[in-house]
Structure formats: structure tokens, C-alpha cells
Design a protein around this ligand. Structure first.
Ligand SMILES: NC(=O)c1ccc[n+]([C@@H]2O[C@H](COP(=O)([O-])OP(=O)(O)OC[C@H]3O[C@@H](n4cnc5c(N)ncnc54)[C@H](OP(=O)(O)O)[C@@H]3O)[C@@H](O)[C@H]2O)c1
Length: 286
């Protein structure tokens, strides 16, 4: 694999464009998919097309995304890096609740291991919910213990502040950081820049602006649309190529439940943005 199109992630070399499994369960990431066969087909096509980095969580469904990954891909292709996250859980109505205490982080890892049929999850992101009030040091200790026990191959971070990132880096090898970041939402800029300076993989979530915002602020952005029309690409490809252009440490996990969108997103790795495109898009932070 060429170094230009790949990056190390938790000790494994992966392609820079991976896949996020959050769009596979039912509406609002809750319950079974609207079309089970299509969800399985999307995962199998991703693997067949060379995707070797799949992002998931036990709380997608809950368990549904992991069950689909297991059904579609087990025994897993050599080189596939499954990245999961801990720190949340769902209530009976699909509400999102924090699960931040050390024993909850462990229960999250154990559920990932059971449903994915793995002895070790290659990378697990500690998804921080500061409002839950659980001390950062206790959470890092819990992750370190699970790493030492071989339940976690590498420790990643998600939704962290710059201070939390710096403090974690002084205590553990940080495999990756997954914070929200895209062309119109650059609130994660400081953490992104710190990761880029340190050569730590940065995996922006909501790279296309997420499924939660009906107005689709990234895909409907005028500069994105104009650039796409000029370069003969789609708005999603422009948004993804812009992220890839921000630094070699950027790894992408666009989420989709559609075979057509999957192909489009994977092809974004080939789209080269010229100077005109980059300067137009660089100005688009909301
Ligand atoms: N660490 C965290 O806290 C956290 C939080 C959120 C997400 N994540 C991870 O990050 C991944 C990416 O985020 P996300 O899935 O929430 O949002 P996203 O990738 O920004 O956007 C997904 C939305 O874009 C649509 N889409 C995908 N490809 C498209 C294309 N080529 N053209 C037009 N629309 C397209 C999807 O619909 P279709 O299904 O119709 O394609 C879906 O509505 C997730 O899958 C998840 O693995 C992590």
C-alpha cells in the first residue's frame, strides 16, 4: 500500500478512506436497519473495495451495527481494523445516555468483544462526556488496564478537549483522535492541529455534516457545490477531499447506508483539489 493513500492506525496500515457504520442501524441509529440485505451488501462491498478501517460502537442500534459487521464480514478479512468506542449507552426509547464510569467503559468493551466475536478490539476510542463528571484520570486508568489485559489493541480518544488530548498523550500512546470536524464546522481546529503536529491520526466524525441536520450544511454549501460542478465531482467527494488535503494524518470514516454513496465516497480518495478549490473552500468555516 502506498504511503500517500495510507496511514498507520493503532499499529496497522490502513487506507485513508474507511467506513463509518453509524448509518447502518434503523432511523436515529436505533433498532434494525430499514433494509437488512442492503446493510449487509454495503459492508461486503466496502471490504471488497479494500476498506480496511471500519468505525463502529456497541451503542449504534444498540449492538445492531456490530451484529451487522459480524454477519457480513466474519471471519474478518486479514488487515481489517475495527475501531469501536465506549462512553455511551441507549435507553429504551433510543435516547443517548453517558456510560462514563470505569466499570461502564469495561462493560462497553466486553459487549463489543462478544458481539463482534473478537478476543481483542484493535482500537477503542474513549468517548468523553465531560458533563458526566467522571475524572479523566480514572477513565484513562480503565483504558490502560484493558489495554494491558489484551482486550484493547490500542487506545483512541473521542470528543476530547486540547487539554484532555495533551494529558492523555503524556500517559498513553494515543492511536487516534475522533472529534467532530468538517468544512463548515472547525470547532475542532486546535485539537486537529495538535494531532497533525504530533503525527497522530485524526478521524473527523460528521465529515459530511452528519445525518442529524436536515439542512445538510456541508453538502449544500455553495462553494462545495460550485467546486464539485467545476471539477466534475459530487459535493460529498469535494467535502471528503478537502478533509484529506488538511494533513496526511487525516483518516476518513464517512457513514452511509447506500451502495451508491459508498462508491462515491471511496472515489473521493482520487479527487485532487486545485489551488482555486482549496482557497474557495478554506474560507467556508461557518
Ligand atoms: N466519536 C463520535 O462521537 C462519533 C459521532 C458521530 C459519528 N461517528 C462516526 O463517524 C462516522 C461518520 O459520521 P456520520 O455517519 O454521523 O455522518 P457523515 O458521514 O458526516 O454523514 C452521514 C450522512 O451523509 C449521507 N451521505 C453519505 N455519503 C453521501 C454521499 N456520497 N452523498 C450524499 N449523502 C451522503 C448519509 O446518508 P446515506 O445513508 O443515505 O448515504 C448520512 O445521512 C459515523 O458513521 C460513525 O462511525 C463518531
Amino acid at each position: 500500500m502506498s504511503e500517500a493513500t495510507t496511514q498507520m492506525l493503532g499499529g496497522h496500515r490502513v487506507h485513508r478512506v474507511g467506513f463509518g457504520a453509524m448509518q447502518l442501524p434503523g432511523s436515529r441509529v436505533f433498532g434494525p436497519p430499514a433494509d437488512h440485505g442492503r446493510a449487509i451488501a454495503v459492508l461486503r462491498r466496502a471490504a471488497e473495495a479494500g476498506v480496511d478501517h471500519i468505525d463502529t460502537a456497541d451503542f449504534y442500534g444498540p449492538r445492531v451495527a456490530n451484529e451487522l459487521i459480524h454477519e457480513a464480514l466474519f471471519p474478518y478479512p486479514v488487515g481489517l481494523v475495527i475501531v469501536s468506542k465506549v462512553g455511551a449507552r441507549r435507553d429504551e426509547q433510543g435516547g443517548w445516555l453517558p456510560a462514563q464510569r470505569p466499570e461502564e467503559l469495561r462493560a462497553g468493551v466486553e459487549s463489543n468483544l462478544a458481539v463482534l466475536h473478537l478476543d481483542e478490539v484493535p482500537v477503542v476510542n474513549l468517548r468523553r462526556v465531560p458533563e458526566a463528571g467522571v475524572p479523566w484520570a480514572e477513565q484513562l486508568d480503565a483504558m490502560k488496564a484493558m489495554h494491558a489485559e489484551g482486550l484493547i489493541g490500542a487506545i483512541g480518544l473521542s470528543n476530547v478537549s486540547l487539554e484532555e488530548y495533551v494529558s492523555a498523550r503524556s500517559q498513553v500512546e494515543v492511536a487516534c483522535v475522533q472529534n467532530a470536524y468538517n468544512l463548515v464546522d472547525r470547532t475542532g481546529q486546535a485539537v486537529f492541529e495538535a494531532c497533525r503536529a504530533d503525527g497522530v491520526p485524526f478521524v473527523p466524525y460528521f465529515p459530511l455534516g452528519s445525518a442529524f441536520l436536515a439542512q445538510r450544511p456541508v453538502l449544500s454549501n455553495q462553494a462545495v457545490r460550485d467546486t464539485a460542478a467545476r471539477l466534475g465531482a459530487t459535493p460529498a467527494q469535494v467535502a471528503l477531499a478537502w478533509l484529506l488535503a488538511q494533513g496526511p494524518n487525516v483518516l476518513l470514516i464517512p457513514g452511509t447506508s447506500s451502495l451508491e454513496h459508498l462508491e462515491e465516497n471511496l472515489a473521493a480518495a482520487e479527487l485532487v483539489l486545485d489551488e482555486q478549490a482549496l482557497s474557495a473552500l478554506d474560507d467556508e468555516a461557518a
